[in-house]
Design a protein around this ligand. Sequence first.
Ligand SMILES: NC(=O)c1ccc[n+]([C@@H]2O[C@H](COP(=O)([O-])OP(=O)(O)OC[C@H]3O[C@@H](n4cnc5c(N)ncnc54)[C@H](O)[C@@H]3O)[C@@H](O)[C@H]2O)c1
Length: 435
Amino acid sequence: MNIAIIGTSYVGLVSGTCFAESGNEVICVDIDQARIEQLKAGHIPIYEPGLEELVRRNTKEGRLQFTTDHKQAVSQSMVSFIAVGTPMSPSGSADLTSVFKAAEQVASAAVGYHVIAIKSTVPVGTNDRVREAISRHANHRIDLCSCPEFLKEGSAIEDFMRPDRVIIGSASEQATAILRELHAPFVRTDNPILIMDPRSAELSKYACNAMLALRISFINEIANLCDVVGAEINEVRRGLGTDRRIGSQFLFPGVGYGGSCFPKDVQALIHTARENRLDFALLEAAEMVNARQKRLLVDRVKTHFGNDLKGRTFAVWGLAFKPRTDDMREAPSIVVIEELLAAGAKVRVHDPEALENARRIFGDRVSYHTTNYETLDGADALLIMTEWNEFRHPNFQRLRAALKNPVIFDGRNLYDPALMKALDFRYYSIGRRPV
Ligand SMILES: NC(=O)c1ccc[n+]([C@@H]2O[C@H](COP(=O)([O-])OP(=O)(O)OC[C@H]3O[C@@H](n4cnc5c(N)ncnc54)[C@H](O)[C@@H]3O)[C@@H](O)[C@H]2O)c1
């Protein structure tokens, strides 16, 4: 099948590449000319494990192309997936400007019957609004569907190729059949394709992210309670997660959720509820807990060193909002580093993939280091913000020798408190009994 993908970031580029990998002819479109030039030259503008090789192979074999010309891409295709951004607007609602624009561009470029599937995360009712808006631009019959994407950065290809389920929100049998056929290669192990109405599909995506955000804020609250009552979060987590009604995933305490999805999707769902005169108090609490959790390490740093951090230097390991991605959108590291800088401290940072994105945020206000050990020279303490695998077993002797004070603020519970004590570190982690 010939497919156009509108937007070539984490969702668009991964979806387009995986559709090409299953034999389709795919043209990916973006308005960002530099990004398309990069892709044409074989460079991948984002870090996603395994993506580069797949893009190279499918480009070489002629199934994957890149362009800035919507007309060229859409006129050759029968299906267009919209995968543009839906960032948070100042009111907290999802900004749908790019979705409407992309849908109009597709509608006016389509020649003959065309399916538009919205992969971007959009509030309930968006399909209906977009359908209405494009009716002025379309010369042919267009079926508009909701096809929300559930991939996770860091394992996006695996998630796309082996999804837990595919959701198709559609009111058209013809469009449903086309989308079902396109997704069939990815659900061969009987994972379901769920067909529903577009509104339910749109809301399913938000319900998922909201539930996951709730779990994170919940376990963070339990961890904070562990800290004050002398319980051990890892024991509590096991006690909780082995209950089959609850399960063990997404129950790791830390420095709060970030990324390009949870924060904005939680806000957008709260906003949708408000617009409909509903008070989604549970989600508002999850957001409030998360904002507080993002400041936890800074509060601990100030309790240890005092509020005035002038003359202090801190090493920060990990900047991305989670491992295996370069994405720093809404990352807890941003809150922590900004607070340290505001209190007069100097900050030395390292991340295996996110340094380029970090430069755009902090400019020359922090120093950047290509290895984690380099950040330690002359630092008063180490803060760990992202659980990259390479931080799990460092050379503690080297760490101790480089740091001015043997103090670690671990926002991801990477080390064993007993080992830290034996090595004579002052070790702060989250929800674990001090040894
Ligand atoms: N990133 C994720 O992990 C993830 C997972 C599931 C769902 N989503 C959702 O998918 C959507 C896309 O997310 P993302 O992180 O891939 O996007 P992004 O915000 O990183 O990038 C969007 C891309 O779309 C391009 N674009 C904007 N308008 C365009 C137009 N009219 N025509 C062509 N290209 C256009 C931009 O230039 C940019 O490259 C969002 O709604 C997001 O919530 C994201």
